[in-house]
Write a protein that binds this ligand. Structure first.
Ligand code: 13P
Ligand code: SF4
Length: 363
């Protein structure tokens, strides 16, 4: 189950306005027509170019009216859409204002000027945006979009870990609830975990809750890493055997893995990094290269346009939580101002410090 902090549903008043927590009022907007008209076809044609290799032409009339309506409503609501690299191509390329890995999204969340943030990702990402922007309205199109890592640990678990390991700094992966972040010294993402661990200048650090990320980090630092037994249900499923079978079939294939994979998997990869690190590495390949992306399946589709000469091979592991976010749900979010993500203010203040310490770490 997803840990949900203080989720509040919008309510409509007599005038039809929508009132959210703290009394914020939003105009009720008319539900747009979802017909595939000439106007919609023309306005969305440039966007279709970006996704045409992933969405058959016959399906575009289903997506296009949503894309058109969402992009119009976004302006009326003064909303920004933040999307993770694992979102589907029609979200990533056609409605997102900012797309990136967890670190990029957290950093961009500190710069957003819009009044409303629609988080196309999972719940902990929406919480992170809220922590960094307490005055803004943060919405997630489906409150059930959770994460197996975030669900593996609670704030109480972290308090017990601190008691059992006095004086040992606690570095928490951002894939955790605000409650867990609030009990931590600093957060990290997969792209800065080594840097964060080493920033304390001590010989022992707790890096939680992803056991495999911790083991992968331990291979890159002299700092002793203690961890927790949390796993990502997408990345834990990859095996070295399946990757070696690809390599055997084509020895030139480049294997690029995410550090949430077991170390037996990263050991056979040519490169290991966060989703942004994987993208940068993949885009640096020569035309004709074959690249196996050992991560959530949508990412290869999302970056294919930027690397037309590269052939991506995708072992298709999907994150069921990321896939809860769809165009119809984003449209409903904008129309009905749901689902609002709130975090208890005291908890938010503590969790924000842990996120800010990470964001402010100098490169
Ligand atoms: P990054 O995008 O930070 O690599 O995170 C991967 C992930 O699993 C997010 O849920
Ligand atoms: Fe969580 Fe893994 Fe899904 Fe990311 S891909 S949200 S870590 S379950």
């Amino acid at each position: 189950m997803v840990a949900i902090n203080q989720a509040t549903n919008a309510s409509a008043d007599a005038r039809g306005d929508i009132t959210l927590s703290g009394g914020k009022r939003f105009k009720r907007l008319e539900r747009p027509s979802l017909e595939y008209t000439q106007e919609v076809a023309e306005a969305t044609a440039p966007l279709y170019e970006k996704v045409k290799h992933h969405i058959p032409e016959i399906e575009w009339p289903v997506h296009a009216p949503y894309v058109y309506a969402i992009n119009k409503l976004k302006k009326e609501r003064n909303a920004a859409i933040l999307a993770h690299n694992y979102q589907t191509p029609e979200i990533y390329h056609c409605v997102a204002d900012i797309a990136g890995d967890s670190l990029q999204l957290a950093m961009e969340a500190t710069r957003v000027e819009a009044d409303v943030i629609i988080q196309c990702g999972v719940h902990f990402m929406a919480e992170t945006s809220k922590l960094l922007n307490p005055a803004k309205t943060v919405l997630i199109p489906d409150m059930r979009a959770g994460c197996s890592l975030a669900d593996s640990i609670t704030g109480e678990d972290v308090r017990l870990l601190r008691e059992a390991n006095p004086g040992v700094p606690i570095v928490t992966y951002v894939n955790t609830s605000a409650d867990v972040k609030a009990e931590s010294d600093v957060c990290c993402t997969s792209s800065n975990a080594v840097q964060v661990v080493e920033s304390f200048g001590v010989d022992k650090v707790l890096l939680i809750p992803d056991e495999y990320l911790a083991q992968n980090v331990a291979l890159q630092t002299k700092v002793k890493i203690l961890t927790w037994k949390g796993h990502c249900e997408v990345h834990e499923r990859f095996t070295a055997e399946e990757l070696l079978a690809y390599k055997e079939a084509d020895p030139d294939i480049q294997i690029i893995a995410h550090p949430e994979c077991p170390t037996t998997v990263t050991a056979v990869a040519d490169f290991t990094g966060s989703t942004k690190g994987m993208i940068d590495y993949a885009l640096g390949q020569k035309p004709g290269a074959k690249v196996l992306l050992v991560t959530e399946c949508s990412m290869a589709s999302n970056i294919q346009e930027q690397a037309p000469g590269v052939e991506f091979i995708k072992p298709c592991n999907l994150c069921p939580h990321m896939k809860r976010i769809t165009l119809p749900k984003i449209l409903d979010s904008l129309l009905e101002m749901k689902e609002e993500v709130n975090v208890d203010p005291l908890m938010a203040e503590k969790a924000k410090l842990a996120v800010e310490r990470m964001v402010n770490l100098k490169n």
